[in-house]
Design a protein around this ligand. Structure first.
Ligand code: PEP
Length: 232
């Protein structure tokens, strides 16, 4: 199975997200049974977006971009994995922007993964070299079943720059991650992926797909990436 996962970050209100669905519906990309297409949305978009996907029978799965590291209770404003369980099958955790802007630690990321798995949501765990070993060690320390997760190598220098890293270097790190998790889960690459370069990544032996930020916001660009993978 190959994966194309979009990450809208803090973009698109509900109205804009529904216009995006109309855009994809008009383009009709090639949805292959061998390619899982997942879009990670702002919390506020998810319910309405799911509804519209289902009405139009568009085979895109949805994910959230964050979850609380705390259980349900007195934590004003937090969105728990229990709340997300009714809405999504996937959730990003440990994105470098959250580590940088919200002081998220490897311990918190592992706690989030635990709550997600407890609610049948697949954690999509973002990694970069400076904390790769520490993060994976913390997952094992908290008894997280890594075979139920998806991992993404996201070198920070490549995120949002238009300059992806060399696919051979990305594959090298994917192999490093694979070794640490005993080859148990899919490993993706993220960082300035576009329709022009996606094949060079998914052609690598240990890269099972891509995480796409900027180019997931525009239906034409995202559909172009989906089509590249379907044609492989
Ligand atoms: C991301 O932030 O997860 C990402 C991959 O962004 P971009 O594709 O814009 O580099």
């Amino acid at each position: 199975m190959k994966y194309v996962i979009g990450n809208w970050k803090s973009n698109q209100n509900l109205t804009e997200s529904l216009i995006w669905v109309d855009g994809i519906d008009a383009i009709k990309p090639h949805f292959s049974p061998d390619v899982s297409v997942i879009l990670c949305l702002p919390f506020t978009d998810i319910a309405g977006f799911n509804h519209k996907l289902s009405d139009l029978k568009i085979p895109i799965l949805t994910g959230a971009q964050n979850v609380s590291h705390l259980p349900p209770g007195k934590h004003t404003g937090e969105i728990t994995a229990n709340m997300l369980g009714e809405l999504v099958n996937y959730c990003l955790v440990g994105h470098s922007e959250r580590r940088r802007d919200f002081n998220e630690t490897s311990q918190m990321v592992a706690e989030k993964a635990g709550f997600l798995l407890g609610n049948s949501i697949t954690p999509i765990i973002c990694l970069d070299l400076p904390y790769l070993d520490e993060q994976i060690k913390e997952l094992f320390q908290q008894n997280i079943d890594v075979s139920r997760c998806i991992f993404v190598y996201e070198p920070i220098a490549a995120i949002g720059t238009g300059h992806p890293i060399d696919p051979i270097d990305a594959n090298h790190v994917a192999n490093q991650i694979s070794f640490l998790i005993d080859n148990a889960a899919p490993i993706l690459y993220g960082g300035s992926v576009s329709a022009d370069n996606v094949k060079s990544f998914v052609d690598q032996s240990r890269i099972d797909g891509v995480l796409v930020g900027a180019d997931s916001l525009e239906p034409t660009l995202f559909a172009g990436i989906i089509n590249c993978l379907a044609e492989k």
